[in-house]
Design a protein around this ligand. Structure first.
Ligand code: ATP
Length: 270
């Protein structure tokens, strides 16, 4: 799904307030925001700066959103690459892309976030990869490791990785100074689903009689991305029906459509 997603470099205005139901994770990331805002302060005080974070969790739970929000809160640029871009690429292309990304980040000469989505695609333990050798994957991984080790703390570069399967990652990626802090991003429970729905409802014209609490209870197992999709489909339904406001009926129809698309039984809350 994220394979074709456009990469985004540069500034983002996404804030922690845009991230719903992940309060513990946001709390754990405050020191990284502080570090990005003033990396030299850590050096002056002799404090060991944060270097990398690994966000582990199911698809659509807000890992990319969190990574962008760190950059947005700190007011620093955000550089992104996706591990899956390298899987089928010609040998050497992946490593060159990594070099290019880090070159762009370095050229700015300021604190930044470097985000690697689907990091398991290039950092899987060899035995688990199911392929005898994958030279491209290995070259890319080695290039990434070399580049990551090439920053000094006062440059204020923080790496954020995202994966659905942290257990498959090459241990080299998780060594100190790399993605050494692991945070689990879970699927939202009822309360978190309500918060996510509220964040996304605020941006849409919803009629007052839509019961978001009931909706949150009715949609167990859905990720943040799927919940957003429900509201987006509701808005599209309203457009199709020439309505100037989203009504409970539009939401109801959207839920039907999204649940059909999800095509799996509802999972219990985690
Ligand atoms: P993947 O593993 O597929 O890359 P992800 O965990 O990175 O997924 P995101 O890309 O961050 O998920 O989520 C997609 C969209 O879903 C977000 O841009 C946001 O609109 C919505 N979303 C997901 N989780 C949340 C959340 N906790 N709060 C608010 N919105 C959310």
């Amino acid at each position: 799904q994220s394979k074709g997603r456009a990469r985004m470099d540069g500034r983002t205005d996404i804030q922690f307030a845009d991230v719903a139901g992940l309060e513990t994770i946001i709390k754990d990331l405050q020191d990284i925001v502080k570090f990005l805002q003033d990396p030299k302060k850590y050096e002056k005080l002799g404090a060991k700066p944060p270097k990398g974070v690994l966000l582990e969790g199911p698809p659509g739970t807000g890992k990319t959103l969190v990574a962008k929000a760190i950059a947005g809160e700190a007011g620093v640029p955000f550089y992104q690459m996706s591990g899956s871009e390298f899987v089928e690429a010609i040998v050497g292309v992946g490593a060159a892309r990594v070099r290019d990304l880090f070159k762009r980040a370095r050229a700015q000469d300021e604190a930044c976030i470097i985000f690697v989505d689907e990091i398991d695609a290039l950092g899987t333990k060899r035995a688990e990869a199911g392929i005898q050798t994958n030279e491209e994957r290995e070259q890319t991984l080695n290039q990434l490791l070399t580049e990551m080790d090439g920053f000094t703390p006062e440059q204020g570069v923080v790496f954020v990785g995202a994966t659905n399967r942290a257990d498959l990652l090459d241990p080299a990626l998780c060594r100190p100074g790399r993605f050494d802090r692991k945070l689990r991003v879970l699927k939202p429970d009822t309360e978190a689903r309500l918060k996510i729905l509220k964040v996304h409802a605020e941006r849409r014209r919803m009629s007052d009689d839509i019961d978001l609490e009931q909706l949150a209870r009715d949609l167990p197992g859905l990720s943040g991305a799927e919940l957003e999709n429900v509201l987006n489909e509701s808005a599209l339904e309203a457009v199709r029906k020439d309505s100037d406001v989203i009504t409970p009926k539009h939401v109801y129809n959207a839920v039907e459509r999204v649940l059909q698309g999800v095509r799996r039984p509802a999972q219990p809350d985690q």
